[in-house]
Design a protein around this ligand. Structure first.
Ligand SMILES: Cc1cc2nc3c(=O)[nH]c(=O)nc-3n(C[C@H](O)[C@H](O)[C@H](O)COP(=O)(O)OP(=O)(O)OC[C@H]3O[C@@H](n4cnc5c(N)ncnc54)[C@H](O)[C@@H]3O)c2cc1C
Length: 298
């Protein structure tokens, strides 16, 4: 059993190569162990002091978000809350203020829960995940990162160092909406992220929708190309029907599969509508959930 504190990325990569698991904020790893979900790994390397992984940086092709960037930074960052608003919607819904200050984007995606609140938007935005090990570095489309609940395709010695998002084209924006029974400390019953690009006449020029908590991994909705050129309201309704038809949810103590299948369609329709309003220049407060009245009144 060992606990190492990494002061450089190389320290972390060396520890991972020797079999240690990374711990960033610990809000999944430690809290899960305390609740008996899985025991803490025998060997841990703390990566939270790696300042190189804590920056949000504009790049020639878009933006790079360091793996250790917190949900709080994302929900308040001037670039992310405007240009990549759907990602900020998701981060703003995570747990409580303390969870959002400690929990990281890298931890959220590498934990691999199909109920994670950032995954759907990252998928519709075409995010790439940068993984690094002592063997080198590679970028993986985020749609290829998740292998099942709690499992990723990353090798055990690979550290997620950054998430890269392309610059949106034309009149584009995104939104993420989740169904929740209360305003905080809630895991998504279902959720949907959408990205929309508008034509000059206000119809749909491009659209992507991905779903949370209705399949073993974040699920991309297919068949949306047929909706290009349609008015937003019509396309949003059709996307909602496709989402319900393609979802394969489970029943558990929080909702039946029938309820999840229906409500994910509603969330998909609303997320397309909200993304289109933002793409058209309207400001909708982060998170959209509160702005459109989902969740109990404050
Ligand atoms: C009270 C509470 C409420 C929560 N509510 C929500 C919610 O509403 N929505 C939501 O999506 N999540 C929620 N979570 C889950 C959690 O807060 C998030 O998933 C958070 O982003 C995890 O980040 P972390 O840095 O704490 O990850 P950690 O717990 O440190 O790590 C999680 C997993 O990822 C791995 N890992 C971490 N960083 C890296 C890296 N850079 N490279 C490779 N592997 C890595 C770890 O080994 C571990 O397996 C909640 C948690 C708590 C405790």
């Amino acid at each position: 059993m060992s606990f190492t504190i990494a002061h450089t990325i190389d320290d972390a990569l060396t520890a991972l190569a020797a079999g240690a698991r990374p711990i960033a904020g610990g809000t999944d790893l430690v809290v899960g162990a305390r609740h008996g979900k899985a025991p803490l790994p025998a060997d841990l390397v703390a990566i939270d002091r790696l300042t190189e992984l804590q920056a949000v940086t504009r790049t020639a092709t878009g933006v790079s978000i360091g793996a250790l960037v917190s949900h709080h930074t994302i929900e308040t960052h001037p670039l992310l809350t405007t240009v990549y608003a759907g990602l900020a919607d998701g981060s703003a819904l995570v747990g409580s203020p303390s969870t959002r200050h400690i929990g990281t984007l890298g931890g959220n995606i590498m934990n691999g829960s199909p109920a994670m609140d950032t995954g759907a938007t990252l998928q519709v935005l075409g995010a790439e995940v940068e993984l690094r090990s002592l063997r080198g570095s590679r970028r993986v489309p985020i749609s290829q990162l998740w292998a099942g609940p709690g499992r990723t395709t990353a090798a055990p010695d690979e550290l997620c160092v950054a998430i890269h998002l392309p610059a949106p084209e034309g009149q584009s924006n995104s939104a993420y909406i989740r169904l929740e029974y209360r305003r905080a400390m809630e895991i998504a019953v279902v959720g949907a992220g959408a990205s929309v690009t508008l034509s000059n006449d206000g119809t749909i020029a491009a659209m992507a929708v991905a779903l949370t908590a209705v399949a073993p991994v974040i699920l991309s909705v297919t068949g949306l190309d047929d909706l290009i050129g349609r008015p937003v309201i019509e396309a949003a309704a059709a996307a909602g029907l496709l989402a319900s038809a393609q979802a394969t949810p489970i029943s558990d103590v929080r909702a039946s599969n029938h309820y999840r299948r229906h409500t994910v369609g509603v969330m998909a329709r609303r997320s397309v509508e909200a993304a289109a309003r933002r793409a058209g220049g309207e400001t909708i407060a982060i998170p959209v959930n509160r702005a459109i009245g989902i969740g109990a009144a404050s």
